[in-house]
Design a protein around this ligand. Structure first.
Ligand code: PEP
Ligand code: CO
Length: 446
């Protein structure tokens, strides 16, 4: 990596960066960040790479899930706990139904910055800079709120630290203990069809644990029954922030971006000669790249060369987000090309981002049925190419929101206004997420 440094991205063109008017204030914020402790350790990132390597080899499944955008105002212990709870429930459903270990990757503790399709937003003849996530500016539609404020980078760091602290406490401190599998089922979800199905599964797990104890197995001593590994991830969009949290690992001398365990490059910033690819190729973390319907064989092979020249299993995950029908046409040649190249990548499916549309009521939404169609077609394409479907990438919340339509307890168009709380893209609620987990488990078993 002789020609790489944490700042070498600066000589490339960086898409989707905010315009900071006060460069002095930006420098001050980045300097402050450079002096703050890492949020994650290099060793944890290496552990995650090894676990993703299992998914690349067809021996594990990745569940990457969380908010589209975390928010400063909706920050609370309950919302973090509820989100983690849904991720734990989905993991149990997937593992119990398939017998495959699930790698838990939260879109949390740093998922604050959003790429936008336009630099400006127009309303009633007024044009203002687009909202780019709470780490950049404020959602309120007025000129002052939409100014990019560098101090928001620092606030995002501290909120990430507090979030990660709670995630670590919950996942290691008893909350994730398998004996609590019933308690993860929230009231509003428990009464639904998938909630009841989950209860039955939880009862079977209880019986299995009792049986193992009766056999004389010391369950107290089995750490894996009492705690889980939950890793953090976000789109590495704001390169100044990511650079400031990049540190040299004292053990290996390699650089790691310590803002999260896994970083991904978005569909809008994956240019081979762009700044995002340049920055991320030099850090040791496992990486993801979103791959949309315009991606070509050359794009994915070029990304493999740039980001994983040593072909390390688990280093690179391609997150396919093609659209429910498009995926069947576009994905197969990409799967084949990467397979033929021998690259040990993980292929996962984001069935959300290419299936968003504006409902007649004005709300941005997604249909549960369309999300499932993309997943089914993704699994079909993988099977036809002899590639392991390595995981799913979902936008969800533990709260009882009405943002996506459908699901077994159907959400209807007129209900969107009831509890539409997302600042950005529409998320599955806890019931829809459980529905999805059961259906994905069936696809995986098949
Ligand atoms: C996202 O994951 O929220 C996102 C913006 O995705 P994409 O880059 O795939 O559009
Ligand atoms: Co989104």
């Amino acid at each position: 990596m002789a020609d790489w440094s944490p700042s070498s991205w600066q000589s490339r063109s960086a898409a989707q960066q905010p315009e900071y008017t006060d460069k002095g204030a930006l420098d001050a914020a980045l300097t402050e960040l450079r002096g703050l402790p890492p949020l994650v350790f290099a060793g944890e990132a290496r552990t995650l790479t090894a676990m993703l390597g299992e998914a690349a080899a067809g021996r594990a499944f990745v569940l990457q899930a969380g908010d589209c955008a975390e928010s400063f105002s909706a920050f609370s212990a309950n919302s973090i706990r509820d989100k983690l709870q849904v991720i734990l429930q989905m993991s149990v459903v997937l593992m119990y139904s398939t017998g495959v270990p699930v790698v838990k990757l939260a879109r949390m503790a740093g998922q604050f910055a959003k790429p936008r399709s336009s630099n400006t937003e127009e309303r009633d003849g007024v044009s203002l800079p687009s909202f780019r996530g709470d780490m950049v500016n404020d959602l309120t539609f007025d000129a002052t709120s939409r100014v990019a404020d560098p101090q928001r980078l620092v606030r995002g760091y501290y909120q990430s630290a507090a979030t990660l602290n709670l995630v670590r406490a919950l996942s290691k401190g008893g909350f994730a203990d398998l004996s609590r599998v019933h308690q993860w089922n929230q009231e509003f979800a428990a009464s639904s069809g998938s909630g009841k199905r989950y209860e039955e599964m939880a009862a079977e797990i209880d019986r299995a644990l009792i049986f193992m104890r009766a056999c004389g197995i010391d369950l107290n001593g089995e750490l894996a029954l009492h705690e889980v590994d939950v890793f953090t991830s976000h789109e590495a969009l704001l390169l100044g922030y990511e650079e400031s949290l990049t540190r040299e690992d004292s053990l290996t001398g390699d650089f790691y971006d310590t803002s999260a365990h896994m970083l991904w490059i978005g569909e809008r910033t994956r240019q081979l000669d762009g700044a995002h690819v340049e920055f991320l190729r030099g850090v040791g973390n496992p990486l993801g790249v979103k791959v949309g319907p315009k991606a070509t064989r050359d794009d994915v092979l070029g990304l493999c060369d740039a980001l994983n020249p040593d072909a390390i299993p688990g280093r690179l995950t391609f997150i396919s987000r093609m659209g429910a029908e498009t995926v069947s046409d576009v994905l197969p040649p990409l799967l084949d090309a990467v397979k033929d190249s021998g690259q040990p990548v993980v292929w996962t499916c984001d069935p959300m981002h290419a299936n968003t549309y504006q409902h007649a009521s004005g709300y941005k939404t997604r249909d549960f049925a369309t999300v499932m169609t993309e997943l089914r077609n993704f699994f079909g394409a993988c099977q036809a190419s002899g590639v392991w479907p390595g995981g799913v990438h979902i936008e969800l919340t533990g709260e009882d929101v009405t943002e996506c339509l459908g699901g077994s307890e159907e959400i209807l168009g007129e209900q969107l206004e009831e509890r539409y709380e997302s600042m950005c893209d529409p998320r599955l609620n806890a019931r829809q997420s459980l529905d999805l987990a059961f259906q994905v488990a069936e696809l995986l078993r098949a």
